[in-house]
Design a protein around this ligand. Structure first.
Ligand SMILES: Nc1ncnc2c1ncn2[C@@H]1O[C@H](COP(=O)(O)OP(=O)(O)OP(=O)(O)O)[C@@H](O)[C@H]1O
Length: 238
């Protein structure tokens, strides 16, 4: 459904993505893993239309979107949960969540809001609280709720586990699986190889702006390069 083909991105004269090709099928969880600065966030921004590729194709269900405005994506079924949550700290939780529905009719938005609260009951008691007062984990849930308000078929998540406690990582991980079980495909990025690939159907390894490896989550975890460089496992000779 979501496809990137030959995507190149520059920041000024610096090229940061090199012919990136990726695909997210309906109902999949797909991870982009790679070290700091490898271009993971830029891939998501290019997919969402927040950074225009210098060349290449971004398509959703075969409709090319790379030259269209970012505001079309939510209407087509794409939504993003941005890194470090990017909430409006002085607005209430409910106001922040409802911002995710800016392209929807009020009646549809109300219905999705009920669905979102069903899925994320943890935020219910905080709806009137100021978003900036919540813990990091709670804020991440609010950000996810806001992303879901567009009723996406594909949800992009930029470093969803950044700065969370191990317990909260587990919670967010199971929320992502729950969202996925409701039929929403997820493309997310994360620096931890074990976490990325153990919870995804497929994964990509990005290094210096290039896709250097791809495969099922299991294949990625078993790959000698991933094991050696990212999992720190030294193979012993037989
Ligand atoms: N707005 C920008 N202007 C100039 N260069 C940028 C900008 N945003 C990112 N870059 C550069 O592009 C490259 C890729 O950055 P990106 O944030 O996509 O990587 P990342 O893999 O997501 O890294 P991290 O895990 O640290 O978030 C880096 O070299 C970064 O310095």
């Amino acid at each position: 459904m979501l496809r990137l083909e030959g995507v190149n991105v520059h920041y000024g004269a610096t090229r940061v993505l090199w012919d990136v090709a990726m695909e997210v099928g309906a109902g999949e969880i797909v991870a982009i893993m790679g070290p700091n600065g490898s271009g993971k966030s830029t891939v998501l921004k290019a997919a969402m239309g927040l950074k225009k590729p210098s060349s290449g194709v971004v398509s959703l269900d075969n409709e090319e979107l790379q030259n269209k405005s970012a505001t079309l994506r939510p209407k087509r079924g794409m939504s993003i949960v941005l890194e470090r949550r990017r909430l409006f700290p002085r607005m209430s939780v409910e106001e922040n969540v409802m911002l995710g529905a800016y392209t929807r009719k009020p009646s549809e938005a109300r219905e999705t809001f009920r669905w979102v609260l069903d899925l994320l009951p943890e935020i219910k008691p905080h709806l009137n609280a100021t978003a900036g007062k919540l813990s990091g984990g709670q804020q991440q849930m609010v950000a996810i709720a806001r992303g879901l308000m567009a009723n996406p078929r594909v949800l992009l998540m930029d470093e969803p586990f950044l700065g969370l406690s191990p317990a909260m990582v587990k919670t967010v991980c199971s929320i992502m699986q729950m969202i996925n079980e409701r039929g929403v495909a997820i493309l997310f990025n994360e620096q931890n190889a074990k976490l990325s690939f153990s919870m995804s159907h497929r994964g990509y390894l990005l290094e210096s702006g290039r896709v250097v490896l791809s495969g099922s989550g299991e294949e990625m975890l078993d790959h000698p390069e991933v094991r050696r460089v990212y999992l720190g496992i030294r193979e012993t000779a037989a």
